[in-house]
Write a new protein. Structure first.
Length: 138
């Protein structure tokens, strides 16, 4: 079992997952900063804040994942990859909004704590769809 773990940790799949998590961490920081600024300081509207934060994280994510995580520099910036990436993120965004609504409006969870709960689930969905479809090697 230990050998299987060591082998996986040396694999390209693990390296890709690690890079995705590092990128995701940076995206999460960008997302949280924009979300907190909009929700806590400017408008106090969690849906608008979620949208603004998510869009800022998505822009950051596409640039870094495309050039570093999945190494797709050869295709033009505006490509089928971008369309697939946007579809993946639209799906993830929908999941995040539904979860935010459930947590904040239905269960009365604080808006910041709700964001903490929603983030890991959206990261997992986004990685799976990005790896298996949006940035899949032909």
């Amino acid at each position: 079992m230990i050998e299987k773990i060591k082998t996986f940790m040396k694999s390209e799949s693990f390296k890709k997952l690690f890079k995705f998590c590092v990128t995701g961490g940076l995206n999460t920081v960008v997302d949280f900063l924009v979300y907190s600024l909009v929700a806590g300081v400017l408008l106090q509207n969690v849906y608008l804040a979620q949208t603004a934060g998510y869009l800022a994280g998505v822009a950051n994510s596409y640039i870094i994942n495309r050039s570093w995580t999945f190494k797709k520099e050869k295709a033009g910036f505006f490509s089928s990859q971008l369309v697939k990436f946007l579809i993946v993120n639209a799906i993830t965004y929908g999941i995040s909004l539904a979860a935010m609504h459930l947590l904040v409006e239905v269960w009365a969870v604080h808006w910041l704590l709700a964001k903490v709960f929603v983030t890991p689930a959206t990261i997992l969905v986004n990685f799976l769809l990005s790896n298996l479809w949006a940035f899949k090697k032909k």
